[in-house]
Design a protein around this ligand. Sequence first.
Ligand code: NAD
Length: 392
Amino acid sequence: MVIKPKIRGFICTNAHPVGCAASVQQQIDYVKSQGDVPNTAKNVLVLGCSTGYGLASRIVSAFGGGAKTLGVCFEKEPTERKTGTAGWYNTAGFHAKAKEAGLYAKTLNGDAFSKEMKQQVIDTLKADMGKVDLVIYSLASPRRTDPETGEVYKSTLKPVGQAYTTKTYDTDKDKVHDISLEPASEEEIQNTIKVMGGEDWELWLDALDQADLLADNCKTTAYTYVGKELTWPIYGQATIGKAKEDLDRAAAAIVKSKASKNVQAYVSSLKALVTQASSAIPVMPLYISLIYKVMKEEGTHQGCIEQIYDLFNEKLNQAKPTVDENGRLYMNGKETNDATQAKIKALWDQVTQENFHELSDYAGYHHEFLKLFGFDLESVDYEAEVDTLAGW
Ligand code: NAD
């Protein structure tokens, strides 16, 4: 099959296996070029391992620290007629490289929120790896089935308290326009917390603890985005922000309930960048196109792999990492400092349909977006026939 991107709205509905493998290779090459990360955990569980920040965490653990990794993701496998999802092919690419390097890697594909997946992970750890010393929680999902009641909860992306009108960029129609978002109801806020808050993170740690699979001094982290004034109304102080606040509660609860093992639980605050999750959030494509412009000019631009390498190296792997005033591992200072935000705000105020491509780095955004699905990589021949049935 020859594969060209099929973009529908904010998503690309197909993926290129060779391109995804090349993108994983680029991330591995970056880690190797930086050198090993000292004190990396050796037995790592990555929940949400196939794309974005979770994939980067797996790559840094394995190729920056020689860790055995067990990953969990929710991806579609290929069929004769349809390609698999990007996360499927990223995982295939990761497995091929881990095997070459003699690194243990296993990936379980299914619903991480379910009891069945927790049991599969426990069985796999018992059979192959033993206790884990790092658990990465990097799930991004629009819905969650409650494992006790079977009820399905959906998250919403809405402001809290009052309606909000702001600029956005429609990537599908190439249009800058205003959007107005009505405030979320209390039920929508609670449902979003149920999906993206800390409850499932706690359930994972409880399940691993009950199966005696947490090593003493085990660390765990979940990822958040905090941002600043431009994104607060739709992110930080909106429904998703409320869910992310619940991660802080969960981190404290994990530390308390697992004190006998000295488990350290952190929320890590990371920068905004293009992933499948962020491209679905209104305002984010516009905001990210502007921060790419400003941060590339400042020489501070980073992608997932650079952020996660620095997170492990500078914070997570330290015996006593420095935390911000909220107890989080804060990695987002280069985006949220006042000087950089002022430049972004100035561009934001000026941006119109006419000058959008000139003021922003949408070309950079779009390239990163295509790359998420294995497209637009220089090293890949997109006219060549490829075997889409690759797996691991
Ligand atoms: P992503 O969409 O790239 O990755 C999500 C991962 O979760 C994938 O591996 C997917 O397979 C997995 N997943 C989703 N539902 C699942 C389920 N039910 N069972 C098993 N696996 C499932 O997302 P991302 O942007 O890397 O986000 C990861 C975390 O980082 C999120 O908590 C997000 O809020 C946070 N974060 C993202 C940004 C950003 O700008 N992208 C910034 C800061 C923090």
